[in-house]
Design a protein. Structure first.
Length: 367
């Protein structure tokens, strides 16, 4: 039965011609554009690794109060000397092909032998990409199956496609020399943790790992948020206890709001948000100095400054505004994401402590 395509609303068709020649690798059955409002959060005084900058962060969202809340946190941080961001691990990406054998003995033997094949696998990877480099090949045995977790440095790309091509070459090389006893091979068996929260990746690494930290003056926190700084570590402890009891793996409250907004504005793969939102808060309040030391550790920021949607007009403009357009900039973008997340955490948690969380949202919506 033949069906006529639906009529495309004019609001979707507006502006589509300008993008049409640019998006052949980004979309199929292209009909138009979804326009998401972009607001600027800033300024934020950021002391990054290798740079100092005052940044204004574009955030694409339809969630009222998100940009305002982030700006409020930035004001608190700026009065206290800004945010320090440090990279604790450069960007890495994984693919985990799985080999199924006819016997447990054959699987165990393969797992032992494949450890010695790392130099050969690194050479296979080098033949498929100029940007990626194999940094780890880790076999994980589950009965008759061996999952080979391949980890590549991804440079300024997110790297999911790059690592898939590299993993295919590695599988072919291993099958040529270790294929005896193999029943099935699948390119991915689940141990890459792609686009899902993964405790394994939080420990072993996926994406960029960044710590954003600040020493917040108690007077600034009280002035802008009306929260008492001594209460915030107590709230974090309460939240962490509840998270542990309920099986949650994080101690943050708002990365799931901040990261999608930045990712949409800058052309990231938004499906990487679940894994990127693995994060932990740490706080210590010193009453003698009235300083609240606050750190947010983001161990799995999967992002890019090249490839994917980063080259589209709006998205490349947003990256340029951040000084993150093109090669050599992914680490800077990761630090900006972590620092902006810290700013929103400061505002969000303070609103709860001050009893203003719900009233602030209601006010923004005219209720």
């Amino acid at each position: 039965m033949r069906h006529e395509p639906p009529e495309i609303p004019a609001s979707l068709r507006e502006g589509r011609e300008a993008y049409a020649p640019l998006i052949t690798r980004n979309i199929e059955n292209y009909v138009g554009l979804a326009r998401v409002p972009i607001g600027l959060a800033g300024p934020l005084d950021l002391h990054g690794e290798g740079f100092d900058a005052v940044v204004h962060v574009p955030m694409a969202t339809t969630e009222g109060t998100l940009v305002a809340s982030t700006c409020r946190g930035m004001k608190v941080l700026n009065e206290s000397g800004g945010v320090t961001a440090r990279i604790t691990r450069v960007g890495v990406i994984q693919r985990a092909p799985v080999f199924e054998f006819h016997s447990v003995d054959a699987a165990a033997r393969f797992a032992r032998e494949v450890v010695g094949e790392t130099p050969r696998l690194a050479a296979c990877v080098a033949e498929t990409t100029r940007h990626g480099r194999l940094v780890d090949a880790r076999p994980i045995v589950l009965g008759r199956q061996v999952h080979l977790r391949l980890s590549l440095e991804s440079g300024d790309a997110a790297g999911q496609n790059m690592v898939s091509v590299a993993a295919t070459a590695c599988v072919e090389a291993l099958m040529s020399s270790h294929g005896e006893g193999v029943r099935h091979v699948w390119l991915e068996g689940g141990f890459s943790g792609e686009k899902v929260p993964s405790g394994l990746n939080r420990l072993l690494g996926r994406g960029w790992a960044v710590v954003a930290s600040a020493k917040i003056a108690g007077d600034s926190l009280r002035r802008y948020t009306r929260a008492e700084p001594a209460q915030l570590p107590k709230l974090l402890q309460t939240y962490s206890n509840a998270a542990l009891q309920s099986g949650q793996a994080n101690s943050h409250a708002s990365l799931i709001n901040v990261l999608p907004a930045i990712y949409i504005a800058t052309g990231q793969d938004v499906a990487s948000v679940p894994e990127s939102c693995m994060a932990q808060n740490a706080m210590h309040y010193d009453a003698s100095s009235d300083l609240l030391e606050w750190e947010v550790h983001c161990p799995n920021l999967v992002l890019a400054t090249v490839g994917g949607g980063t080259g589209l007009p709006t998205q490349s403009g947003a990256l340029a505004m951040l000084g993150c357009q093109g090669t050599g900039k992914a680490g800077r973008l990761a630090q900006i994401c972590a620092a902006t997340s810290l700013a929103n955490e400061v505002s969000f948690w303070s609103a709860i402590c001050a009893g203003e969380w719900v009233s602030a949202h209601a006010k923004a919506r005219g209720r």
